[in-house]
Design a binder for this molecule. Structure first.
Ligand code: ZN
Length: 296
């Protein structure tokens, strides 16, 4: 029997919807995945064995490059972090925590700074460009900067995150006017509650896919991932080139003499807010018990 390779674009009501070259198939997963304790995720590349015209079974899941638990999405290429210049002002620590988790999961963090019409986003843009990240400044109201974000979506699976009020919905709406309508419709159909947040779908936007869930306003941070103190430094991208020059191996970059990271920060090559976030996260990471360490 002919099998097809495809992408799970939606999970709903016990079915996985797989987009293949032969069209869209509503699939069940074979029982074997339950034994292996793998459940298919939206974003998974899978093999489909058709049973009827538009029905089939998922018979294999390709290895994932990453996945999130909340929302359950696999193979995310980039995490677009939506922050506003004002109302609310960005919380740099929260933002840096999210960026670190994305780095840890090997998902490229990208920043979208909204509400450029209310206040300039230059300060925040400079901090993150200095750290080596792509930053887009937009005004969804005026439509400025939207085209550049659309270009960045092409050929990729993108997840969005942003706190309430930063204008995530307006941005998505500016990117693709019928998108919010589609998510609102699903939301209405499912009602509020457990099922709503578990529904994930990949929407085609600007030649790529946007992973969105009704109620997915922010990636859940606390239960999301623990980064241990010796791994944390590598989740701050701009530290990387300085770490080998620290005088002591195992330098924590907090107060050591001859620390190349602290030196770089002094010279303005690392933004003060980024170093502060690292230090705050390092203090938290220190409190984790040794036995929680995965390598022990
Ligand atoms: Zn150091």
């Amino acid at each position: 029997m002919t099998e097809y390779e495809g992408l799970i674009v939606k999970a709903l009501g016990g079915f996985y919807y797989v987009r293949t070259q032969a069209g869209l198939f509503a699939c069940r997963a074979r029982g074997l995945f339950r034994k292996e304790e793998i459940s298919p995720y939206v974003g998974d590349r899978v093999t489909v064995e058709p049973t009827e015209e538009d029905r089939g079974f998922i018979t294999a899941i390709s290895p994932r490059k990453n996945h999130l638990i909340r929302p359950p999405v696999a193979n995310i290429d980039q995490l677009m972090m939506v922050v506003s210049t004002t109302q609310p002002k960005p919380n740099y620590l929260v933002l840096d925590k999210l960026i670190a988790v994305a780095e840890y999961k090997e998902i490229t963090p990208v920043l979208v700074v909204t509400k450029e019409d209310l206040e300039e986003g230059q300060e925040i843009a400079e901090i993150y460009r200095l750290a080596g990240y792509e930053v887009y400044t937009v005004s969804s109201t005026l439509g400025t900067g939207i085209e550049a974000v659309r270009k960045a979506l092409k050929g990729k699976i993108t997840a969005f995150t942003g706190n309430t009020g930063v204008g995530k919905s307006s941005l998505l709406n500016a990117l693709q006017p019928d998108l919010e309508l589609a998510t609102a419709h699903i939301s209405q159909k499912l009602g509020r509650g457990r099922h709503t947040t578990r529904h994930v779908e990949l929407y085609e936007v600007a030649g790529g896919y946007v992973a969105d869930t009704p109620g997915f306003s922010a990636v859940e941070l606390d239960s999301f991932e623990i980064i241990f103190k010796d791994q944390l430094q590598y989740c701050f991208k701009e530290f990387e080139e300085y770490i080998p020059s620290c005088r002591f191996t195992g330098c924590s970059h907090t107060k050591e003499k001859g620390c190349a990271v602290l030196q770089a920060a002094q010279e303005g090559k690392i933004a003060p807010s980024r170093l502060e976030s690292y230090h705050a996260m390092y203090e938290d990471a220190k409190k984790l018990n040794e036995w929680e360490h995965p390598s022990r």
